[in-house]
Write a protein that binds this ligand. Structure first.
Ligand code: UFG
Length: 332
């Protein structure tokens, strides 16, 4: 069962890995991306590429027809939490309003399956950890709220139209393609692992540790870092399941069910490098929950998926290899 798939945001970090994985698995794949944050060079040259926004109905209709699209993986959107607090309406436009346009164009074209890029931010400060899918969804920023609204639109649309969907709620996505074809291109990224590998290649002279007095084993925040290739593999398995069971939808957290502290991540990087990266202990960053770990029970029970790259040294090695490649090609 391999039907033509449209990947929105396919020139971005996670979207480009999805394109590679779909292509490796033999699925026909096309991309729409407005290149607002994406980069054309993350994609193979022979992938049909449409530059534009998913809210451009005429363009999306043309792609559906030209490529005979049967399913969508929807990654396009804005993802920076503090920015969403400063510019909430941009987030509701890019994440919610644009998704409304895409979903409605898809429904009109008779497209049946949507895999949606959601986030652990829909839970806000979760009432229990590990976080399972039944935890109350109480987002604490416009980013999480804008994604949750799209989940809700998909849910209601699936009940009313011949469409099913998977909402995949990501924990901390990290790492890079093991074959070195793609990775994170952060201009001013704030993600811990990206920042740390930038320091490792000399783009920064140290890493800040935001908070060392949390109620966690070593006082720094704990997160569930998931390798982007494992994350994307779950998207392919989810799509297969949507096709096999058109009456069912999926809502799944994507994480490994294990947590690593900021200091543990930095220790692992020192080990990979064979030398220490300079750290500066700083105060807490606003809005950081101390502990965020996914339950992976539903993921393991629902999909024929298993973790291949959960080892933090593997994640760091792939991220570091990619950072060196970026540097050697003067890409970013
Ligand atoms: N951190 C540092 N130093 C840095 C960068 C980060 O100590 O230079 C710490 C943060 O304070 C936090 C942890 O490392 O404790 C992870 O921070 P990230 O910025 O890498 O990721 P977040 O957990 O803040 O954010 C992630 C996703 C968001 C999503 C959020 C859900 O990137 O998209 O989880 O809570 F919304």
């Amino acid at each position: 069962s391999s039907i033509p798939v449209l990947v929105t945001g396919g020139a971005g970090y996670i979207g480009s890995h999805a394109v590679l994985a779909l292509r490796d698995a033999g699925w026909p794949v096309s991309v729409i991306d407005d290149l607002s944050t994406g980069s054309r060079y993350l994609l193979p040259d022979d992938v049909p590429f449409y530059e534009g926004n998913v809210a451009d109905r005429a363009l999306v209709e043309r792609i559906f027809a030209e490529q005979d699209i049967g399913a969508i993986m929807h990654f396009a959107g804005s993802i920076v939490v503090p920015e969403s607090v400063e510019k909430p309406l941009d987030y509701y436009r890019n994440n919610t309003v644009a998704s409304h346009s895409l979903i409605s164009t898809a429904v009109d074209a008779g497209i049946c399956h949507v895999v949606f890029s959601s986030t652990a931010a829909v839970y806000g400060e979760p009432e229990r950890v590990p976080v399972d899918e039944a935890v109350a969804k109480l987002p604490i920023n416009p980013y999480g709220a804008s994604k949750l609204m799209t989940e809700r639109m998909l849910e209601d649309s699936a009940a009313a139209y011949p469409l099913n969907f998977a909402a995949l709620r990501y924990f901390n996505v990290s790492g890079a393609d093991p074959a070195g074809r793609s990775g994170q291109v952060g201009k001013g990224s704030t993600h811990l692992i990206k920042v740390a590998v930038e320091a490792a290649v000399g783009k920064r002279d140290h890493v800040d540790v935001f908070g060392t007095d949390y109620q966690t084993p070593d006082g720094s925040c704990v997160r569930d870092y998931i390798h982007v290739s494992d994350l994307v593999d779950a998207h392919l398995k989810a799509l297969e399941r949507l096709i096999e069971r058109p009456e069912e939808n999926l809502v799944l957290n994507l994480g490994y069910g294990r947590g690593l502290s900021v200091l543990e991540v930095l220790d692992a990087l020192d080990k990979v490098l064979g030398q220490p990266i300079r750290r500066e202990m700083k105060g807490r960053r606003a809005g950081d929950p101390p502990l965020l770990i996914s339950s992976n029970k539903a993921l393991l029970e629902t999909l024929d998926w298993n973790a291949r790259y959960a080892d933090i040294e593997t994640i760091l090695t792939h991220a570091l290899d990619w950072e060196r490649k970026l540097q050697s090609r003067n890409w970013a």
